[in-house]
Design a protein around this ligand. Structure first.
Ligand SMILES: Cc1cc2nc3c(=O)[nH]c(=O)nc-3n(C[C@H](O)[C@H](O)[C@H](O)COP(=O)(O)OP(=O)(O)OC[C@H]3O[C@@H](n4cnc5c(N)ncnc54)[C@H](O)[C@@H]3O)c2cc1C
Length: 664
């Protein structure tokens, strides 16, 4: 049966769900076209379609029936009864999953294949993902093996990229005597030729021939886009969440564009000058720090440390900008700085393109999946997707803060002052100076009280808080407090910038005049923009709550972890709230928090993720934003074979990737 297929093209005629061609007669017509065009066999799914295609063409029919594994992943030909029905329907060859996984019918993949070979005489095409699986399938008697599952099983999730798996084709060709069929991610004739050259016996192509909607979108997309303006993933916003989302998608092979309105990356981490990473580790019983976030965040911190840009969890914004830029360029992300996203084109709750202002008139850019990491839900807003803002009852938003950086501080003297006057400081303030350790000090109550009496500080400023930076004598101050304004309104932001800078100069002068260790200090700079803690957050498939956080809740569809508690910087008329988890406890963030409810291809991460206000107050910190961003990028890349429909990606596939990264 297979001999006639050598060096030929097998065309996969399949359509699922509400795809317009999902009718037996339409697929039969496509199979006829393939036959006329020179196909040597047809692969199709479902009994009705096998029957229809069998009468439409004279070519051998490779039949399969799709089921699911318990984790939701696609399972090709689930049970014996499916084989029997396909044989009765006229299939000439049966395709079945021969990956190293347990089937829902209780059989392991290899045992099932062995039993099938004992019970039936029909030729079997074993769909495998790895070299070992191909070898085993051939040993168990499969007449041919196909690389169909490479990149689509938990064990191979990280391997999925744009290209067919040539390495697997070549290694199997050397190891097995049965035909190796190249299947998966073949879109061009050159790729098919390269697969044959690598040792494929025949090549199987599906979407590139039989899914006109994908072909149309690829070539043109909406608004007659040129290829340069068409990507697979577009990430809006280059803060820590967007950086990790874009790098993650690109490393999985997706053509990724990252759009950022400033001339540098980092968002709040750099423009906002938020330069300590809040806690992302738990202490083990033997006193070690066990990080909850690995992956791209870990790489970012290690690379910053390597260039002297970190002191424990404190970092230099300059180092952040440099390393983040390098990581994105290395990953192959197309970086578009100084570009503002200012509109979206939407059809049926699917984002088709975004409008980017970067070179004259705004131009549309299309993609299969879009990720909103703008911090302020800018894409949610422009697309008309659901979002919430502020407290559920009062509508209040957290206070804003203008960060600033000072130099020339005698840190040893500042720490000695804390040790001598602990009543003036938060209990956790640093009391012993070590050159290689971060200094974190909050308090100076008397200085503040007296300054308020003299009208030098508003009531809103309750304490001065700073953390030291890698450059000796420098520190970043998270101290100003700006109330009553909304960080998603340019009117309010203008007022916040003015008020923030006014407070900065007063605070720096007070410290220099009154605080030991600050005698020779000087103000270096403020943030490029005022720090905004919360504005719009998405309404997703799931909203993480404050109870989930404080109850250290775990989720089966986890995509990230965190241990930072609920931290609400109180607004006018609202008390601040800082709650910590018990030592050693952590919570998980579920997949539903990054998928926008009822939308097909719109994801969120970082400050935009789906949570209640209290949940958001914990998840917004940088390490968690990075981990959630990495998950969103991976999900977007994995959704490419599904036309960008993110819910069709098996959670286990995404989790296998994230677990390898050390994020779950
Ligand atoms: C005052 C303050 C103190 C904080 N303290 C800490 C702390 O000590 N430790 C900690 O870990 N976290 C802290 N956080 C939280 C943390 O800094 C942020 O929540 C986190 O950095 C958010 O990352 P993000 O990527 O989601 O968003 P952002 O960093 O806000 O990034 C969004 C990016 O999108 C870009 N953008 C927005 N709209 C558009 C558009 N239309 N077109 C193109 N680009 C656009 C922006 O320019 C920005 O670069 C603090 C936050 C604030 C404000």
């Amino acid at each position: 049966m297979f001999a006639a297929l050598q060096n030929g093209l097998i065309v996969s005629c399949q359509a699922t769900g509400d795809e317009p061609l999902n009718r037996p007669e339409y697929l039969a017509a496509l199979a006829r076209c393939a036959e006329i065009g020179g196909a040597v066999a047809i692969r199709t799914e479902g009994l009705e379609k096998i029957r229809a295609l069998k009468t439409a063409v004279k070519l051998p029919i490779i039949g399969l029936i799709k089921g699911t594994f318990t984790d939701g992943a696609v399972l090709i030909t689930p049970d014996f009864s499916d084989l029997e029905e396909m044989i009765a329907a006229g299939a000439d060859i049966i395709a079945l999953d021969a990956t190293d996984r347990q089937r829902p019918n209780g059989w392991h993949g290899f045992d099932f294949l062995r039993a099938v070979k004992q019970r039936y005489r029909i030729p079997i095409l074993a769909d495998i993902a790895t070299h070992a699986e191909g070898v085993t399938a051939a040993e168990l008697g499969a007449e041919a093996v196909a690389t169909t599952m490479s990149g689509y099983t938990p064990a191979t999730a990280g391997r999925q990229d744009e290209e067919p798996d040539y390495a697997l084709i070549a290694s199997l060709h050397r190891a097995v005597s049965v035909p190796v069929i190249a299947e998966g991610r073949i879109w061009e004739a050159q790729q098919a030729q390269r697969a044959l050259a690598a040792g494929a016996f025949a090549v199987c192509v599906g979407s590139a021939i039989t899914r006109p909607q994908l072909i149309t979108h690829m070539i043109s997309g909406p608004n007659q886009l040129s290829p340069r303006q068409s990507h697979e993933v577009i990430v809006v916003g280059g803060g820590v969440a967007g950086i990790c989302a874009a790098a993650s998608a690109a490393r999985l092979g997706a053509r990724t564009l990252l759009v950022e309105r400033y001339g540098f990356l980092g968002g709040m981490s750099t423009a906002g000058m938020v330069t300590p990473f809040m806690k992302f580790w738990i202490e083990t019983e033997d006193g070690r720090r066990q990080p909850l976030v690995g992956g791209l965040f870990e790489e970012l911190t290690q690379r910053m440390a390597a260039i002297g840009g970190m002191i424990e969890n404190g970092f230099s914004a300059l180092a952040f900008k440099r390393v983040a830029t390098e990581m994105l360029i290395e990953a192959g992300v197309e970086l578009r700085l100084h570009a503002l996203m200012l509109g979206a084109h939407v059809e049926d709750r699917t984002v088709r393109s975004v409008l980017l202002q970067h070179n004259g008139a705004p131009q549309p850019h299309s993609a299969a999946v879009f990720i909103d990491t703008s911090g302020d839900g800018e894409l949610l807003l422009h697309a008309g997707a659901p979002w919430r803002k502020g407290d559920e009852q009062t509508g209040l938003l957290q206070a804003m803060t203008m960060f600033f950086r000072m130099g020339g501080i005698d840190l040893e003297a500042a720490v000695a002052h804390v040790a001598a006057h602990p009543e003036q400081f938060f209990a956790w303030s640093t009391k012993e100076y070590h050159h290689e350790r971060i200094v974190a000090i909050a308090g100076y109550y008397d200085i503040i009280r007296q300054a308020r009496q003299r009208g030098l500080l508003p009531e809103a400023v309750e304490y001065f808080f700073f953390t030291s930076l890698p450059a000796y004598g420098e520190a970043a101050f998270n101290t100003t407090n700006i109330l009553g304004l909304d960080g998603s309104s340019s009117f309010d932001l203008t007022a916040a910038e003015i008020e923030g800078r006014r407070q900065v100069f007063n605070i720096a002068n007070l410290l220099r005049a009154r605080a030991p260790g600050f005698e020779r200090s000087y103000l270096i700079e403020t943030g490029v923009q005022v720090g905004v803690r919360e504005t719009r957050r998405a309404v997703g498939d799931y909203a993480v709550t404050g109870e989930d956080v404080m109850g250290a809740r775990k989720f089966p569809d986890r995509i990230a972890r965190g241990c930072y508690g609920v931290d609400v910087h109180g607004q006018k008329g609202e008390k601040s709230r800082m709650e910590h988890l018990q030592p050693g406890q952590y919570y998980e963030i579920p997949l539903g928090a990054i998928i926008v409810q009822d939308w097909e291809n719109l994801l969120v991460a970082g400050r935009c993720l789906s949570a209640t206000r209290a949940g958001h107050a914990a998840l917004r910190i940088q390490a968690t934003s990075a981990a959630v961003g990495e998950a969103a990028g991976a999900l977007a890349a994995l959704a490419r074979p599904h036309g960008g429909r993110v819910r069709q990606v098996a959670p286990a596939l995404l989790q296998a990737h994230l677990s390898k990264a050390g994020n779950i």
